[in-house]
Write a protein that binds this ligand. Structure first.
Ligand code: CU
Length: 307
């Protein structure tokens, strides 16, 4: 998983990495030059330069400093412009909302029945621009996937847009970059950039309603799910569960992680999470559940069938 601003996978991140290189080298050279002049001045024999030459040297030093600062400012402005420009043809639009402490992603489409909602793991097609329309649901969060773009705040009551494009397939890790409460550090995000065919396959699966349980055990699991408070906070399309306080679970098993990239999406982790989410993410907005062993197993079987 790639998580580094110095390992860019798209045009904006590449601009930012270039800015980093320029700043690093210009400052390194300026530092070395300053130190050289200082050492030369200290070590050299004490002799009094004429006042005129002294003024010339000071003027030259000041001019060089001003030139370097103007150069850095100009390249920063140019990079700022370049990162906000991206061809928007054939783009994909995703509404991204930050919650304490997870991300809701709503994929837009002109056809209503091609829209869907997911959480914490964004799949995007390689080479195609993606527009993120972002906001915060409760407090200020910040979207940051260093290999794809710089940081952008998600502010409640406001929408900010960000265009990005991944040119290399891969899994890019993101992280909320604005302190948003107790579990801020556990507000991760994964961006899966994949070739068009794989993306289309994923998309086609996401628009479907939840799979019908196909065993007795899974049917029982669905009953447990629908009879408990889960449905107040979670949506499973195709059932009566329509809550929006937590991540959509319609295709839970198509995600590799749960709890905002905090745990692997395994049966054990899922069971531990449902029994006591507070132990994993203290303060999280999901209560503990003490289900009878048989009910918990059936529920896990059902959740694992939501592919
Ligand atoms: Cu945060």
């Amino acid at each position: 998983m790639i998580h580094s601003a110095l390992d860019p996978a798209g045009p904006q991140a590449a601009h930012l990495a270039w800015m980093w290189d320029v700043t690093l080298w210009v400052c390194a050279i300026a530092y070395a030059a300053t130190m050289a002049v200082l050492i030369f001045g200290l070590a050299g024999r004490r002799r009094h330069a004429e006042e005129k030459t002294l003024w010339k040297r000071i003027a030259a030093g000041t001019a060089a400093t001003v030139a370097v600062l103007i150069g850095l400012t100009a390249s920063s402005v140019l990079v700022g412009r370049a990162t906000s420009e991206l061809s928007t043809g054939g783009g994909l639009k995703i509404n991204l909302t930050g919650y304490q402490w997870w991300w809701r992603a709503e994929y837009e489409h002109p056809d209503f029945d091609r829209r869907f909602t997911t959480a914490n793991e964004l799949h995007i097609p390689v080479g195609r621009p993606v527009m993120l329309s972002m906001t915060g649901a409760d407090v200020i969060h910040s979207f940051w996937v260093p290999s794809l773009h710089g940081k952008r705040d998600l502010i409640p009551g406001e929408r900010t847009t960000l265009w990005l494009r991944a040119d290399k397939p891969g899994i890019y890790r993101g992280q909320c970059a604005e302190f948003c409460g107790y579990q801020h550090a556990h507000m991760g995000l994964r961006v899966i950039a994949e070739p068009a065919a794989a993306f289309d396959e994923w998309y086609a699966n996401q628009v479907k309603p939840a799979a019908e349980p196909d065993t007795e055990e899974r049917r029982r699991g669905r009953e447990v799910f629908l009879a408990s408070d889960c449905i107040l906070c979670h949506t499973v399309r195709g059932t009566i569960a329509g809550g929006r306080a937590g991540p959509e679970l319609t295709h839970l098993k198509s995600r590799a992680t749960i709890a905002a990239a905090t745990l692997p999406n395994t049966r054990g982790a899922l069971g531990g999470w449902i029994a006591d989410p507070q132990r994993v993410k203290a303060g999280v907005r999901m209560p503990p559940h003490s289900l009878a062993g048989g009910d918990l197993n059936a529920l896990l079987g059902y959740l694992e069938s939501l592919e």
